[in-house]
Write a protein of this length. Structure first.
Lengths: 68, 139
C-alpha cells in the first residue's frame, strides 16, 4: 500500500486509496478480489500481491499506457 | 475500545518526531454499509467511531498533524480518511493496517520523495491518469 501512496505523492497523474475489503465486500466482489493485497487500477483488477518498487512502478506505467 | 496502548503511542510518537512537514488529515463519516459489526467474542464495533477515536489519538502524538472531522448523509465508502489531501483510506485502519495509516502520515510528512530516481523518472513520463485502489484486510 505504501508504494501506491508514494506514487500518488510523486505524480499528479496517480491517485491512491486503500479499501478495507471486509468492510466494503460488495466493491471487493465486484472487482473479483479473492486475496489481498489486490490492486485495482482504473477500475480493473490489475495485479495481486506485493511486489518490489520497480515492478510496482512498471505496473503503473503499463496501466497508464493501456487504452481505457 | 482504546485503539492505542501506551507502548504503541510511544513508538508512533517517536516515528512522528521525524515529520518534516505539516500533515492535515480529513476524516469523513457517513452512513456505512455495515454500521456495526460483531467480532468474535461478541464485541460490537462501529467503524466510524473507532476510526475517529484512533485518528484523535494519532493527532495527539504530533503537533504536525491537524485533524478535521466532517459528517455527511450521502452514501459512500465511509469512514474515509484522507492524508495530506491525497492519500485515502476507506474503512477502519485497524490491526496490521494501522501501519499503513502511520506510513501514509510519514510519507506525507517527508520533505522529499522516498522513491528511487528511476521510479520518479518513470512516473514523470506517465501518459494517462492512473487511479489505484489497493484492497487490504486488517490481518
Amino acid at each position: 500500500m505504501l508504494l501506491a501512496y508514494r506514487c500518488a505523492l510523486a505524480s499528479e497523474r496517480v491517485t491512491a486509496a486503500a479499501v478495507e475489503a471486509t468492510e466494503f465486500s460488495a466493491a471487493a466482489d465486484r472487482h473479483g478480489v479473492v486475496s489481498v493485497p489486490a490492486i485495482v487500477a482504473n477500475d480493473r483488477l490489475a495485479w495481486v500481491g506485493s511486489v518490489p518498487e520497480a515492478a510496482f512502478v512498471d505496473h503503473v506505467r503499463r496501466v497508464s499506457k493501456s487504452l481505457p | 475500545m482504546n485503539p492505542l496502548g501506551e507502548h504503541e503511542r510511544a513508538a508512533i510518537r517517536e516515528v512522528f518526531a521525524g515529520l518534516e512537514r505539516d500533515v492535515p488529515i480529513l476524516l469523513e463519516l457517513g452512513p456505512e454499509e455495515a454500521p456495526v459489526t460483531v467480532l468474535a467474542g461478541g464485541r460490537e464495533i462501529d467503524f466510524g467511531d473507532e476510526t475517529r477515536l484512533l485518528l484523535e489519538q494519532l493527532a495527539e502524538l504530533s503537533d504536525r498533524i491537524d485533524l478535521t472531522v466532517t459528517e455527511t448523509e450521502n452514501p459512500g465508502q465511509w469512514p474515509k480518511t484522507t492524508v495530506a489531501g491525497a492519500l485515502v483510506y476507506h474503512g477502519l485502519p485497524w490491526g496490521y493496517e494501522l501501519t499503513t495509516l502511520v506510513g501514509a502520515i510519514v510519507e506525507a510528512g517527508r520533505a522529499a520523495p522516498s522513491l528511487s530516481p528511476a521510479s520518479l523518472e518513470t512516473l514523470a513520463s506517465l501518459e494517462r491518469d492512473v487511479a489505484l485502489e489497493v484492497y487490504v484486510t486488517p490481518t
